[in-house]
Design a binder for this molecule. Structure first.
Ligand SMILES: O=C(O)CCC(=O)C(=O)O
Ligand SMILES: [Fe+2]
Length: 283
């Protein structure tokens, strides 16, 4: 590593929940960040890792690979199988590679469940990570924060202590699990929910992800796919916020739009009509 400073997050527990610093500034809420960001040199970070003892704040280095990270890393970076990567990018019709995040963490660190708006080749280099994934159609069972919230794209559910009353859809949630070790690459499709845990007792972890922009808008075919509906919902939320200029007004407006009009008897009748239209005619 070079001699620059890198982004390191400190947490009082094992979770490192992402938050958008720009959104904290923009919407002057009373948001309290769950982790603290410090900029450390690599030797300072390694010292914290080595001297860590139970009760101390946990640490997680999360630094985009750019030209500050030092020449040796650049040489390492060139060793990835670029021929394979470029082939995948081309065959899947993805846009450009936008960034690579280097993640150096402690065993037991957890990145709670969220989705990203990019395609991801998640490459495990050192140590073991448990990855829990949920397809985009589980959107309603994962209760994301509003788009304007600093925790946009994160689930409100605390998987250590899930509140089944507040989030009843959890009962029907079904995920997939993969454990990745050195040399493994996990493809995390855009809009797929994921929680990533550095497995306990198996040492520190190092990963590098490859984030690619999604492809150009695909040919629209109906019915829309869950990920396309998710993109629509994000856009509607963003447009409302832009029009109202006040995050606190978005929820009430959506509620008065929906409650009693798209819920209740009228909605049931509609749904019944749609279902019978879709069912094969028997007479
Ligand atoms: O490895 C982690 O802790 C999180 C990585 C992640 O969420 C990602 O690459 O999108
Ligand atoms: Fe992610």
């Amino acid at each position: 590593m070079g001699s620059e400073r890198y982004m390191v997050f400190l947490s009082n527990n094992h979770k490192f929940k992402y938050y958008d610093e720009a959104k904290i500034k923009q919407y002057k809420t009373n948001f309290v960040p769950p982790t603290r960001r410090v900029d450390l040199t690599f030797p300072e970070f390694v010292k914290k890792l080595r001297e860590w003892k139970p009760g101390d704040e946990r640490v997680y280095l999360q630094q985009g690979l750019n030209n500050t990270v030092g020449q040796a890393i650049v040489m390492d970076f060139l060793q990835f199988n670029w021929q394979w990567l470029n082939m995948q990018q081309k065959n899947n019709n993805w846009g450009p590679l936008t960034s690579n995040l280097l993640l150096v963490g402690m065993e037991g660190n957890v990145t709670p469940v969220h989705y990203d708006e990019q395609q991801n080749f998640f490459s495990q280099l050192v140590g073991y990570k448990r990855c829990i994934l949920f397809a985009p159609e589980h959107y309603e069972r994962l209760y994301p924060y509003p788009v304007y919230h600093p925790h946009d794209r994160q689930s409100q559910v605390d998987f250590d202590d899930p509140d089944m009353e507040k989030f009843p859809g959890l009962k029907h949630l079904q995920g997939m699990e993969a454990v990745v070790g050195p040399g493994d690459v996990l493809y995390i499709p855009m809009y797929w929910w994921h929680q990533i845990e550095s497995l306990p007792h198996l040492g520190n972890t190092v990963s590098v992800n490859f984030w690619y922009k999604g492809g150009p808008t695909e040919k629209i075919e109906y019915p829309l796919k869950p990920r396309q509906k998710l993109a629509i919902m994000r856009n509607v939320e963003k447009m409302l916020l832009e029009a109202l200029r006040e995050p606190a007004e978005v929820g009430p407006l959506l509620r008065s739009l929906v409650l009693g009009r798209y819920t209740g008897e009228e909605a049931d009748r509609q749904e019944g009509a749609l279902l019978s239209a879709a069912a094969p005619h028997t007479n």
